[in-house]
Write a protein that binds this ligand. Sequence first.
Ligand code: PLP
Length: 434
Amino acid sequence: MVLFADRIHRIGTENAFKIGPHIVAAEGESSRLVVRLNIGEPDFNIPEWVKDEVKEQIDANNTHYTDPKGVLSLREVVSQQMNETRGLQSTPEEVVVFPGLKPAIGFAQEVYCNPGDEVIYPSPGYPIYESFTRYLELEPRPLILRESNAFSFCAKELEDIITDKTRLIYINFPSNPTGGVTTQEQLREIADLIVNKCHPDVRVFSDEMYEHIVFDGASHLSIASMPGMRERTIVASGLSKTYAWTGGRIGYAVFPTVEEADVFKNMNINYFSCTSPYNQEGARVALTHPNAAGRIAEMVSTFKKRRDYLVKRLNTIDGITCTNPSGTFYLFPNIEGACKKLGVFDAFDALDEAIKEKTSPATMVQMFLLYRHQVAVLDRRSFGVIDSEGQHYLRLSYAANDDDLKEGADRIEQACQDTKSFQTFVNTHLHLFQ
Ligand code: PLP
């Protein structure tokens, strides 16, 4: 008899949530506050008009179970906005609301895939795509996003991994963790490939969570707008990032058919019945308020200034090179040079094979930065483990104030020069990698 079912050993996680205890431990060891560049949420608050609506709804006792598909007033707004921005012709019946976008990601694998079916997802990418594949006994097929391609991908790369068993393809632009966006040309070629090569029942899950956080005149493009794609694409987004409302737990998706939307509604019924009605009404107001666009533009302009600062700063550090992404609030610097300088590759090679499987040179740098230099970032493996070997990157979130960004960059610079203490750190902190 064993306590846990086998599948529990196969599910992954999201390290952005798991790093918390390490931050506490690092602060305890050093008596210095950690600069947090690990956080995947905007450091802004929701506008007054959203707060007011939520409070009014609670005062009016709109606190009961509600339509598991989502309240109609919100689904109407989502459908209308999706139609306006992506040229869809959706109806509110094709829209489902979830408590955050995350549940829809796992549900998609449960709904569309049988054991043995193949799931394609970007890597580095949002870790929940990969996490569910093994849990559900599906075959993970990471689509490696390369720095040389501005962390986008071209149709040929996708074509190489599509097979008769492909059932579901995740696409995420602007991308977490790289900030990469795709070009219209690339997206058109990808769409043409899918239409020509995949069975009509193969689904594309287009995770457009960061749709509004784009810079340098780039505008968000959805694959659902491409010819032949509306009927194959689940277009997903939510309030967590654009409206700085991660705690509101409001995500939504538009499905190709009402039949599919109803299956996802039934998943909601099975897992959580419904999403909180007062927050759904708050989300409706957030999406439709006349000042919403202005508020988003302010936030995006702040993010752009920070991006410009941090990209420039990182590129002055010996051992780090950083591309200038056009979206999100993340940077994905290449730290190969720093790994060489600090002796990380040698330290990694000297580890036991069993430990090596659980870590990577970038993970070792992540821990060195945290415990020795008190700056929290995430490693490449936090965004997909399979086939991640040889890719030496970190994710930095610039959802932090200017002082923290400067202090964080200073500490990273000092860490990259701290060649003397890396090996001692590994010797004293081996438990972190086991
Ligand atoms: N998709 C991407 C690409 C994300 O980065 C996130 C959150 O970090 C999510 C989905 C999940 O968002 P939510 O907090 O609404 O569940």
